[in-house]
Design a protein around this ligand. Structure first.
Ligand SMILES: NCc1[nH]cc(CCC(=O)O)c1CC(=O)O
Length: 309
């Protein structure tokens, strides 16, 4: 099983390995270095797939048989020769604030320095109108949090799932409500891949690890992202949830509710975030994402150009 060497990647891969070992399978973990780990340039500059393509190459070269990614780091285009074998149950998808002195977002004074390297988080933080100063940062989770404990920043925004997986959830001072901050498409979910054609392994991975509800939710979110033709660094947020609804006969059925947000040009060229929500049957996840993307485009999403939005 191939993994990046970061604490987060090792924790994620370890969870998947343990689930497989519980079925009696023998698993060996192999570390693969990716250009995303070696460069400290901003992600929007070095491009989508920096964390994932080296792992996929190791898989294609038969150096490893299974790879585990943070699903949100995967490009939206499918990779020939590689199969998404399983999407395990998702962690809490929300973003989290790690602030000094236990502060929440609303308690941060105007001019407070909040660190994030994500255009999506930047745009949504600015849209809150709190007068926060957004400071671009990169590095692993520990490096980012250290900027708060060192006093260089007042707060950082990180994925709750990443903090939970490396055992640092206690540092969270506020879990951000999706009404304020929609997470990245597929945030908190893992993608487990193997070579297409490795059918026995694919079957084992799917039956052991796959979660149908998570798969439907991330399918909707990523279909929205793909339809907006945005990479992982673009300010697109999406969150799908499986909800109970009543059908025409009054019977309880499960549907998918999808919320999305994307950047649009506001007054005087400012970045505005437009938002929309839609509901569909669970087997319509991909179409739901496309429909919501169309609605966001109608509202003005995508009016801005350039790669690093
Ligand atoms: N882009 C980096 C990245 N990729 C996955 C996670 C966290 C885990 C997840 O979202 O599943 C993170 C760190 C973060 O956004 O705080």
């Amino acid at each position: 099983m191939g993994t990046r060497g970061s604490k987060l990647a090792l924790a994620q891969t370890g969870t998947v390995a343990d689930a497989l070992r519980a079925t009696g399978a023998e698993v060996e973990i192999v570390k693969v270095t990716t250009p995303g780990d070696q460069s400290s340039a901003p992600i929007p500059t070095i491009g989508v797939g920096v964390f994932t393509s080296a792992l996929r190459e190791a898989l294609q070269r038969n150096e490893v048989d299974v790879i585990v990614h943070s699903y949100k780091d995967l490009p939206t285009a499918p990779e020939p020769g590689i199969t998404l074998a399983a999407v395990p149950p998702r962690e809490d998808p929300r973003d989290a604030l790690v602030a000094r002195d236990g502060l929440t977002l609303g308690e941060l004074l105007p001019g407070s320095k909040v660190g994030t390297g994500s255009p999506r988080r930047t745009a949504q933080l600015q849209a809150l109108g709190l007068g926060l100063e957004i400071v671009p940062i990169r590095g692993n989770i520990d490096t980012r949090m250290r900027k708060v404990s060192d006093g260089e920043l007042d707060a950082v925004v990180l994925a709750r799932a990443g903090l939970a997986r490396i055992g640092r959830a206690e540092a969270i001072t506020e879990t951000l409500d999706p009404i304020q901050m929609l997470p990245a498409p597929a945030q908190g979910a893992l993608a487990v891949e193997c070579r297409a054609g490795d059918v026995d392994l694919e079957q084992l991975l799917r039956s052991t690890l796959d979660d149908e509800g998570t798969r439907a939710a991330v399918t909707a979110e990523r279909s929205l992202l793909a339809a907006l033709e945005a990479g992982c660094s673009a300010p697109v947020g999406a969150l799908a949830e499986i909800v109970e609804d009543l059908d025409a006969e009054g019977k309880v059925v499960e549907r998918i509710s999808l919320r999305g947000t994307a950047a649009a040009e506001g007054e005087n060229g400012a970045v505005d975030m437009v938002r929309a929500i839609a509901l569909a049957d669970k087997d319509q996840a991909a179409q739901l994402g496309k429909d919501l993307a169309a609605e966001l485009l109608d509202l003005g999403a995508g009016a801005l150009s350039g790669p690093a939005q």
